[in-house]
Design a protein around this ligand. Structure first.
Ligand SMILES: Nc1ncnc2c1ncn2[C@@H]1O[C@H](COP(=O)(O)OP(=O)(O)OP(=O)(O)O)[C@@H](O)[C@H]1O
Ligand SMILES: [Mg+2]
Length: 319
């Protein structure tokens, strides 16, 4: 039987709603029972604790009702290996992960992990994907804030809505992605700018400066010219994305088509056909090729189909 002290501690942790403490004491009871030779009981208690821990994991956070639909919460599964970027950019993404994984060590030396990240670059080059990768690698939820929709919907109350999000950030650590950030970031320089948008931007800058949470704030935009220096200064890192070079294009195609590629491939030709396409467009052309291969009952990818799909994507660009 559990000792009198253990029973009292269990009741105390229950009334204090301290579930971690409750589980710890329950496991002590299990260990105690095991020592007394009650192996089956010890095993059952441990199994109960394991199951409860799994079920009660507080992962996805509930945003206030009026923000539902403007903030999307998920648990991404995109691994770092899927992200194809130049080595220098890859190092900077890895550095964010590394610093966060060891943030306690940094904090013990009075240092903070880099958490305010600005991603800039053309469409379909991996900005949003990087936020997914970070959340997955840090085993934390990703909350995507649809800035453009908040601005359109709430107008005069935008800053107040952003404050609510920053408050939550403090309570619930995670990766917070402010997608289409130019909706507020560009406000300072737009000709038709009204005072309201400037106020929203200034409020955002204040929130970001005052924020002391453990969350990663990831802002993404494809209009660097709209973002002024005052904004860039607030970030720990500015990640620049570009269209994929030959090495990246080859890696991307190999990643998606993998063993479905034939043994011999004329890479020069495939790579020249994919020039000027974004990662996203190449990814889609590869998936279209795969679909065609599967539906036509072939074992491996027909390179002529891949060329056609790449050309099709290119023709959409009007080039
Ligand atoms: N660097 C990359 N490596 C591998 N796949 C990529 C990369 N960039 C884009 N992709 C593929 O394209 C999809 C769309 O990319 P993503 O949403 O990250 O683009 P983005 O840079 O955020 O574009 P936008 O500016 O339009 O928001 C990804 O989900 C992924 O499948
Ligand atoms: Mg994006």
């Amino acid at each position: 039987m559990a000792t009198a002290d253990q029973i009292k501690s269990l009741i105390r942790s229950h009334t204090n709603e301290n579930s971690e403490q409750f589980y710890t004491i329950a496991l002590q009871v299990a260990a105690h029972e095991a020592r007394l030779g009650h192996g089956a009981l010890a095993h059952d208690i441990k199994a109960l604790v394991d199951r409860a821990r799994k079920e009660n994991r507080p992962v996805i956070l509930q945003f206030p009702n009026e923000l539902q639909g403007f903030v999307l919460s998920e648990e991404p599964t995109t691994p770092r290996s899927a992200l194809v970027v130049p080595p220098a950019l890859a190092d900077r993404v890895d550095r964010v992960v590394k610093e966060h994984r060891q943030k306690d060590k940094l904090k013990s030396h009075g240092l903070a992990p880099r958490r305010r990240i600005m991603a800039v670059g053309p469409p379909g080059t991996g900005k949003t994907m990087t936020a997914h990768v970070l959340a997955h690698e840090l085993r934390t939820p990703l909350h995507t804030i649809q800035v453009d929709r908040i601005v359109t919907k709430f107008m005069g109350e935008t800053a107040a809505k952003l404050r609510q999000i920053f408050d939550l950030m403090y309570d619930v650590p995670g990766v917070y992605l402010f997608d289409e950030f130019d909706a507020i970031g560009g406000a300072r320089t737009l000709d038709n700018d009204v005072g309201e948008m400037r106020r929203v931007l200034n409020a955002f800058l204040q929130f970001i400066e005052k924020d002391t949470s453990d969350s990663v704030i990831f802002c993404a935009t494809n209009s660097p010219e709209l973002l002024d220096q005052a904004l860039f200064r607030r970030y720990d890192d500015v990640l620049h994305y570009t269209l994929p070079d030959e090495i990246e294009r080859k890696r991307l195609i190999q990643n998606v088509l993998g063993s479905n590629l034939p043994k011999s491939v004329d890479w020069d030709e495939i790579l020249s056909r994919s020039e000027n396409l974004s990662h996203a467009e190449i990814d889609l052309a590869c998936r279209d090729t795969l679909k065609h291969t599967i539906l036509s009952g072939r074992e491996s990818v027909d390179l002529e189909t891949l060329r056609r799909m790449l050309d099709e994507r290119k023709s959409r660009l009007g080039s």
